[in-house]
Design a protein around this ligand. Structure first.
Ligand code: GLU
Length: 437
């Protein structure tokens, strides 16, 4: 493996679909399975259960024909993968991105299964994706894609079946369109069919910030493992979407020094720390770092290798790889993205003594507050933001402790421990339910 040269990464959003096979990032599903296999082996998982848990329940591909604004017809492709429903309805976001592949959606769906089990919420795992470039589509085109995609998967989703949510390229407006389309066909309003909705349409307070807040909490809990405190730690964040930008702001507000951040076009750096609160406000207004004073530019590849205490990759899959892992200087990596670190990179980082807090624990704040939103919609009773945040904090801290205990008990990395915890919970519940035949 080591002899195979890895291609240069032109930007932080390069995904596996453009990479040659046979190196550490050939397939997100293979990356997921390589960890699943190690965890299953350590657990002594029954071979029959292994077969049940690795196999997605259902994979759906739909065609989405749309009349574009200029009058011509375009056909988009969408997927929804339901990975597992042993512990409850499928749960997971919908991604709009030009690099979406079925393999990626399948991996993301499986990660949702383990993620929901790690934080012990009563959901299985699912994920959706539409191959499109949201930045180049008008609002009307996005709405038509969303509504047609929803209509195509209408029979498969529902509050008790499979509950979508936002992911890369989708947002509360997208969720409002999904909710409306589903509700129009049901002939009554069904808010709990989707989470991450606008506040006035059954959304939960704190949902937008939830993934970033969860990451900040995990940074705070993980810091002492390396003799650090979050306040005063030097933090680097890759990716400035909803996850990265809010994680940066929350870490800054907790007293950390956010020394560098990046978006798809590259990064900015200030060794004394950026005012991340002001930076998020600037970015919301201008959609670029251009014009933000007192910073140097840094490339996306160099950003990952900066001297810092905590690195938060919050962009895309396969960013930390065999090629750059040896150069990582962070003491702790807290994964905001799903699948940002390859198996090969994990091995290198473990050897170097870097603490990697895996995606299925670190970024679980989003789906945790999605669970709260689903509960509130079904109860028709909405919580104060403080209540949402306190419950989120309880779950994130408890889950970090559960994973750390597992890691210590079995002498494994936090990644393998998180998989072991998630898999053991799903395996247990599958056994208790039994197989219907
Ligand atoms: N897309 C987010 C994730 O990957 C959130 C999923 C959800 O809220 O259901 O965890």
């Amino acid at each position: 493996m080591d002899q195979v040269a890895e291609p240069e990464l032109p930007d932080s959003r390069l995904t596996t679909s453009t990479l040659p096979q046979g190196i550490d990032s050939a397939s997100p599903f293979d990356e997921m399975m390589s960890r699943f296999d190690v965890a299953a082996q350590r657990l002594g998982l029954d071979p029959g259960l292994y077969k049940v848990l690795r196999e997605p329940v259902r994979e759906t591909k739909v065609s989405i024909p749309i009349v574009m604004d200029d009058g011509h017809i375009e056909v988009f492709v969408g997927y929804r993968v339901l990975h597992n429903i042993a512990r409850g309805p499928g749960k997971g976001g919908i991604r709009f991105d030009k690099n979406v592949t079925l393999d990626e959606v399948r991996a993301l769906a499986a990660w949702m299964t383990w993620k929901c089990a790690v934080v012990n919420i009563p959901f299985g795992g699912a994920k959706g994706g539409v191959i499109c470039d949201p930045a180049s589509l008008s609002r009307g085109e996005l709405e038509r894609i969303t509504r047609r995609y929803t209509a195509e998967i209408m029979d498969l989703i529902g509050p008790e079946k499979d509950v979508p949510a936002p992911d890369m390229g989708t947002n509360p407006q997208t969720m409002a369109w999904i909710m409306d389309t589903y509700s129009m066909h049901a002939r009554h309003t069904v808010t709990s069919v989707v989470t991450g909705k606008p506040l006035t349409l059954g959304g939960s307070r704190g949902r937008i910030e939830a993934t970033g807040r969860g990451l900040m909490l995990i940074c705070r809990e993980a810091a002492p493992v390396k003799g650090l405190t979050l306040a005063g730690s030097r933090i680097v964040v890759q990716g400035f979407g909803n996850v990265g930008s809010i994680a940066a702001r929350m870490c800054h507000e907790a007293g950390a020094h956010v020394i560098a951040v990046s978006d798809i076009n590259g990064g900015i750096f200030n060794s004394k720390g950026l005012d991340a609160t002001a930076l998020v406000a600037h970015y919301e207004k201008h959609r670029t770092f251009e014009g933000f004073q007192g910073v140097e530019r840094v490339g996306n590849a160099d950003l990952l290798e900066l001297d810092c205490d905590i690195l938060i990759p919050a962009a895309n899959e396969n960013q930390i790889r065999g090629r750059n892992a040896p150069n990582i200087k962070a003491k702790i990596i807290v994964e905001g993205a799903n699948g940002p670190t390859t198996q090969r990179a994990d091995e290198i980082l473990n050897q170097k003594g870097v603490l990697v807090v895996p995606d299925i624990l670190a970024n679980a704040g989003g789906v945790t507050v999605s669970y709260f939103e689903w509960v509130q919609d079904r109860a028709g009773f909405f919580w104060r933001e403080q209540e949402v945040n306190e419950r989120l904090e309880d779950i994130m801290c408890q889950s970090f402790r559960d994973v750390s205990t597992m890691a210590e008990k079995y002498g494994v990395s936090h990644r393998i421990a998180a998989y072991m915890l998630g898999i053991s919970r799903v395996a247990h519940d599958t056994m208790v339910r039994g197989l219907y035949a």
